[in-house]
Design a protein around this ligand. Sequence first.
Ligand code: PLP
Length: 459
Amino acid sequence: MSNPMTNDQLTQWDHDHFFHPSTHLGQFARREIGNRIIKGAEGVHITDREGHTSLDAFAGLYCVNVGYGRTEIADAIAAQAHELAYFHSYAGHGSEASITLSRMVAERAPEGMNHVYFGMSGSDANETNIKLVWYYNNILGRPEKKKIIARWRGYHGSGLMTGSLTGLELFHNKFDLPLSQVVHTQAPYFYRRDDRSMDEAAFTADCVSKLEALIEREGADTIAAFIGEPVLGTGGIVPPPAGYWDAIQAVLKKHDILLIADEVVTGFGRLGTMMGSDHYGLKPDLITIAKGLTSAYAPLSGSIVSDRMWKVLEQGTDENGPLGHGWTYSAHPIGAAAGVANLKLLDSLNLVGNAGTVGAHLNNAMTQALGDHAHVGEIRGEGMLCAVELVKDRDDRVFFDAGDKTGPRVVAAMLDRGVIARAMPQGDTIGFAPPFCLTRDEADHVVSVTKDAIASVLG
Ligand code: PLP
């Protein structure tokens, strides 16, 4: 490139103009936290403009599932941009890519889920889902049945409704959220159960009885849907206790409450199965997909709709005219082309299988290396997801003081050693969600760097 920008110039503009999401704005402005300008990436590694390379053990934001630098997807995007960069998908319009992708998604979805609405982000897909749920109950003549149950520590986005569904205080405080239509129930977080005498089965029963009590209190005829991630993600990477999803689904069925499976993280292979719903036997009415749909090569999300809901949506438009819902960029051809190429690559390289086997290796190796550490409370994971929860006192599961910033300090020490992990937002949990193409050797390297970084911070 001629006349390239200097790093100093870019950094100045960054501080002067760029409003970074999920950032401490004051600290950034005062330059107490630095910036990092990423220049390129290949496989599981990213490189910044200073020339530093890091192994990205969080796949961006658990989204670059096929790994960086896939020319097959880049070429598909370029070809689509040349042929047809954009046309809308309103009123029966579409592109070869968007129609093909809807077919590919339906083939990978659980049985009886055959229609896909495409959006741009996980947040907007969940907004769509809630609107579809409300529309559905209006068409069925039950306008009171509208509340949505979400879980504490769930993450479903940061819009007005989706930020409300999210069960993390940071996303509510000072934003006047949650909205009144959302109620939260207990997180299926076995390690943090109040009563340590409970085994997994007893804790599952406790989650169920708290859900039943909430439904009783609110009135089943006011509750439309339950939304949950198959494995809690941003809330701490927490797989559910044994029997959880079967037991929860039985309650939902009894009270005629719809299930929205938020598979933004788990969809398309992260648990070692194509969908998290397959993994845990979920039979959802709606599934939210995003990240893994394109491996983040282009922004695209989706809502997969069950045949049961679809029939009612059709009936609704027969009675009321066209559905009043759509984005300019719904089913954007470039995103759709990226999605088609991405799903083909997942299959041809058996990356879902690799996520299962290397993910299991990562979890085992992490447990062997750190399971006995005095400040490691729990190591947990599923597929290519792993979490190391740090505690002040292992016997009593005591949190470190928030002001100590233990999790962020460990993650910073890891970055100094060339590995990116994520300090999850609530508590001191170090999260791992590498690209599916991670090798066993790279997994071992991630583990040894984690061990070394924890030793450097906590001894
Ligand atoms: N749902 C889940 C489970 C997520 O993890 C996320 C993002 O991390 C979202 C929804 C929101 O997606 P987006 O950030 O694309 O709006």
